[in-house]
Design a protein around this ligand. Structure first.
Ligand SMILES: Nc1nc2c(ncn2[C@@H]2O[C@H](COP(=O)(O)OP(=O)(O)OP(=O)(O)O)[C@@H](O)[C@H]2O)c(=O)[nH]1
Ligand SMILES: [Mg+2]
Length: 348
């Protein structure tokens, strides 16, 4: 089964209800009288009114339909993206919004049809005018009623545009750990991504992405939001995004430990989180101790006992970070790449 990934270029612009209303009224007013001057004025006016209804209705219907059709189809999306949308917005809420916007064109066609009948049967100018007002009022009501769904879709599109273009087929190193331990700093040291780094915990609210270019080859490194040691059910939407990246993208999980009091999370708490990550995800987990520039011998010793780390680093000056990446790639990526190569040779 092949899954789709979010194609940012295909994401639609989502109009607000107000924008659609003014688009509708403008389209309505733009239509001008044509036809022979010999025609009685009232007949001519009726024909103009019908053309206005048809043109403005069609424009609106196709705009609404097009927006809905260009939203990602949840059931076909790669589970990483599908579950992200579910965690951040709720799958049902999303599907409902897409469906409501996508189906609005049916109601608009029905309203237009009734309006055309009203215009055809109008006996005088005032009835014609009433038919027009009625048509416009009903369409505007319908659009106002769509406002919450349009706002929701707008939010989703903005979120998806900001999301890194993760390629679920690339070998991926996911950096995990408690808040403030130096995950974003690590990703910045070793990759092309420029994640934000700040003095307070939970800086990273979304997943960031970097690439490490190896001779003609590319692996991904994702920066995840900080995790606390608590059950999944109690995790907030920010933490759940990290969980999804670990579950669906990670080939290796790099667990960063802050042995100092700097991050504000004790070594015991970080150990519980580490154990939980090791048991919850399929990908192998590698522990690395960070912030050696400010750690005491005692703190380092305690971290060594608890985590048996493969390296001690400082992401402040990127000391030892490249070596960690080399270690991980040699141990977990090279065997995979070699296997792939052998497979290609076997087939040839
Ligand atoms: N002394 C020292 N400070 C560090 C080191 N690495 C990171 N920091 C500092 O620790 C703070 C947090 O760093 P980040 O890289 O944002 O940490 P994070 O794990 O991504 O944090 P969240 O995204 O909030 O979970 C920043 O103030 C960094 O400057 C290090 O090796 N030594
Ligand atoms: Mg971060």
């Amino acid at each position: 089964m092949s899954f789709e990934v979010v194609d940012k270029a295909k994401l639609p612009y989502i109009y607000t209800a107000d924008e659609l209303i003014s688009m509708f009224l403008t389209a309505y007013a733009r239509e001008e009288a044509r036809g022979s001057t010999a025609e009685p004025a009232f007949v001519k006016q009726k024909r103009l009114e019908i053309r206005r209804i048809v043109t403005s209705g069609k424009l609106l219907a196709s705009t609404l339909r097009d927006m809905a059709l260009r939203m990602p189809f949840l059931d076909k999306l790669h589970p990483f993206y599908r579950e992200l949308i579910d965690v951040v917005y709720g799958a049902q809420v999303y599907k409902h919004a897409v469906a409501k916007v996508g189906n609005a064109h049916i109601a608009i066609k029905a309203i237009a049809k009734e309006a055309i009948t009203a215009v055809r049967t109008a006996a005088d100018k005032s009835q014609l005018y009433k038919a027009r007002k009625m048509y416009q009022a009903r369409v505007i009501d319908l659009l106002r009623d769509l406002a919450p769904e349009l706002d929701k879709l707008r939010e989703v599109v903005i979120y998806l545009r900001k999301l890194p273009s993760v390629d679920p087929t690339l070998f991926t190193i996911a950096v995990a750990g408690a808040p403030n331990v130096g995950k974003s700093s690590f990703v910045r040291c070793v990759s092309t991504a420029e994640p934000e780094v700040a003095e307070y915990p939970f800086t990273t609210k979304q997943i960031h992405l970097g690439h490490i270019i190896l001779k003609g080859d590319k692996v991904q490194i994702v920066d995840t939001p900080g995790l606390l040691d608590r059950p999944l059910a109690e995790r907030n939407a920010i933490e759940r995004q990290a969980v999804l990246a670990l579950r669906h993208l990670a080939n290796v999980i790099l667990f960063l430990v802050d042995p100092t009091p700097h991050s504000g999370y004790s070594l015991e708490m970080q150990k519980r989180l580490y154990d939980e990550i090791k048991t919850s995800f399929e990908a192998p987990t590698v522990a690395v101790v960070n912030k050696v520039d400010i750690a005491t011998q005692e703190e380092l010793e305690k971290a060594r006992e608890l985590f048996n780390p493969v390296a001690h680093i400082s992401t402040l000056n990127c000391h030892g970070t490249r070596e960690v990446v080399d270690y991980v790639l040699n141990k977990y990526y090279v065997p995979l790449a070699l296997e792939k190569l052998r497979e290609i040779r076997r087939r040839a």
